[in-house]
Design a protein around this ligand. Sequence first.
Ligand code: HEM
Length: 413
Amino acid sequence: MEKLSEWWRKLTWTFAPSSKVEATKAVTKNFILHWFPARVTYRSMSWSYSWWLGTVSFSLFLILTITGIILMFLYIPSVERAYWTIKDLQHAVSFGWFLRNMHRWAAHLMVFFVTLHMVRVFFTGAFKNGGNPDANRPVNWAVGMFLLVFTLLLSYTGYLLPWDQLALWAITIGANIAKSVPIMGNYLHFLLAGGTQIDQNTLIRFYALHVIVLPALLLVLVSYHMWRVRKDGGLAVSEQYKMQAKKEGKRLVPDDYTTFAIPALIRRAFLVFLISLGAVMLLSLISNAPLEEPADPSWTPNPAKAPWYFLWLQELLAITTIRTPWFTINGGFVGGVVIPGILFLWGLIVPFIDKSPDEATGVWFHPSRKLQNWTFGIIMLILAFLTIFAMYFRGPSWNIYWPWAWPPIPHLF
Ligand code: HEM
């Protein structure tokens, strides 16, 4: 009987450490759990501080990796076969539609949640060190900027793979932005498309980027990102305890403000994963991933819209394209390259130029960071506005229409 309960305990993993040593060892001796710290502050575990958005992003990345590996057994990256393998997935392979839907939904959600995670980090001043000489959160923020770009590129390269009209024309828009870069434009376009046209060479390039290069880069960077969170002494909000104790002239007693990662942190992380998985499965049940007609380079849909997360860019490009009898502004370059480039560079250096006091570290909307928060908030609102405008108010020839006069393309996702 005792053996049975021991076996059940192991199976269900109802681990409750009986001592501090046991709790610490449980983390440090386990290959996967070693990723977590032995102890964690109460505040960094709270739902309302981080909303666990980083963990949601990571959960979605895991779901994408697993569903993506299974999809690789079924998909063929050839312009003659790609579309039909996706059709088979939708209609012939058992649960193929569900697998495809899960991959597609997780990809869109990951773009959305990684962006939300970045917004949360900014508004909580969580890229600050809070006077902790051992922390280097600005670097982790910069790493995050690259994670955001790689996440967008990963989603975008996957967009081409079904080789339908939606894919072909969304990629054509991207390739044309590359073409508008002065001097190097044609070369960049050639590099991206693997020739002068979007064809088999492009498909195989995007496929290699999508299944190997970008996931590998993301995996390496995400691992470093998480490791840095640990090295930096946990989430930025933890600095608040240290500052408070310092102010009161107290020696910090870890027990006062921390608990063991096992089971508290692990349990929450697992719950966040389950909720993310549940949401992806539910969405996949109720909404099918789009598949239009097979790609046809001779027939251009009008309007041809980029995927939703690049619509702001397409809109920016349109409004910065100015032609007058006296001068012309190349919107592809200004809106498609210069402005996003400036935004990215500003994003990279912003933690290094933020001179707000240490007390603003890990605090939502700290009053001393009003200027920073307004600037960032307005930039994000403009990008959201451009996205919504391009989605609902642009019709044929990129002219302005009311959404009821020219409804948004239903397959933008
Ligand atoms: C693939 C994308 C990403 C993943 C999987 C990821 C994952 C995580 C996780 C799990 C944490 C722990 C706290 C939390 O859950 O909120 C975290 C913290 C952090 N992330 Fe990310 N992240 C990603 C992208 C980004 C981006 C785009 C940025 C900013 C540009 C960023 C900046 C940070 C910073 C500065 C911290 C420390 C926050 C603090 O100390 O409170 N991350 N990330």
